[in-house]
Ligand binder design. Structure first.
Ligand code: ZN
Ligand code: ZN
Length: 315
């Protein structure tokens, strides 16, 4: 089970209702934090989650609302005896930025941090944007049963969208197995690993007795103007978490500031054939009333909702 917890759902300026951006994805022993706005560690506490269990941090870009929580979180790690290597991933330029940021004398630490620059780098240059060069999503981390991808977005500075993909498992086809009369035990384990087996002189092919579940993808598109790379990157997401800083009346403003409207988020969900859309990065101008934003997205893509701080959802 993959669990997503919205720790902060505001845009640049937080409100009493919404904290700065941060989303936590939990799967088995992995706790992957996407962005770390100011106050994120308190949001962990409010969610009754332990911030020190974070294994990886994916930074979309270095605007303050997405990174100002890092020094505080890292100080807490240090005070709490965090004893593993913390992996931080981000777009081009993030290493220099974080090295300077973390060199601040008051951020003490006794554990290792590894910073990696990931995602398509071509997409960000003005030349390539002009030529509409479409870069492919780039896998930057792979574990036994999931992997992580990043893709360049368009937000004025290097910015990534991210995807967590849980690999579909190979499963035994029980009906076919029954017919085959194979005994349960180590032979079935081999079939599940995709290996062909022999039993009582007869050969059994894994492809005939097993099937693969589809991959399950959770995508995060946070801070970007509309661009051609979004839809291929988030294609077939089980859950698409997408920024929605503006409504359609402010489309011009959204274009100027390289952000998305709720309607555009709905269109991305629809065109990418995603199953569920959750809007986040909500401007303070909608703090009292988000009905309009939600209606706009729902008009295009029915299975839409707006995230509230501390909401969680299982995928
Ligand atoms: Zn932002
Ligand atoms: Zn931004």
């Amino acid at each position: 089970m993959v669990k997503i917890t919205f720790l902060g759902t505001s845009a640049q300026i937080p409100t009493a209702r919404r904290n700065h951006p941060a989303v936590l994805l939990t799967y088995e022993g992995e706790n992957i934090l996407v962005d770390c706005g100011e106050g994120t560690q308190r949001q962990f506490r409010k969610s009754k989650l332990n911030p020190c269990k974070v294994t990886r941090i994916l930074i979309t870009h270095r605007h303050g609302d997405h990174v100002f929580g890092l020094p505080g979180l890292i100080s807490t790690f240090d005070l709490s005896g965090y004893n593993r290597t913390l992996y931080i991933y981000g777009p081009r330029g993030i290493k220099k930025f974080l090295d300077e940021f973390l060199a601040l004398k008051y951020v003490k630490r006794n554990f290792q941090i590894k910073i990696e620059e990931v995602g398509g780098t071509q997409g960000c240059t003005p030349n390539n944007i002009q030529k509409n060069i479409v870069t492919r999503g780039r896998k930057f981390f792979e574990a036994k049963d999931f992997y992580l991808e990043a893709e360049s977005m368009e937000h004025g500075i290097p910015t990534n969208a991210y995807a967590f993909v849980k690999k579909g498992q190979r499963r035994i086809d029980r009906a076919k197995l029954k017919k085959s009369k194979l005994p349960s035990g180590p032979l079935l384990k081999k079939l599940k690993e995709g290996k062909d087996i022999s039993y009582e002189g007869k050969k059994y092919l894994a492809k005939n007795l097993t099937y693969s579940e589809p991959d399950r993808k959770v995508s995060f598109v946070i801070d970007t103007g509309m661009n051609k790379r979004i839809i291929p990157f988030v294609k077939d997401s089980e859950l698409l978490v997408c920024e929605s800083s503006y409504d359609e009346k402010l489309l011009k403003k959204a274009d100027e500031h390289l952000h998305l409207t709720a309607k555009q988020a709905g269109e991305i969900a629809k065109k990418s054939k995603s199953k569920k859309l959750i809007l986040t990065h909500i401007s303070q101008r909608y703090d009292k009333d988000i009905k309009g934003l939600l209606a706009e997205a729902k008009k295009v893509f029915k299975n839409s909702s707006v995230a509230e701080d501390l909401d969680s959802v299982e995928v």
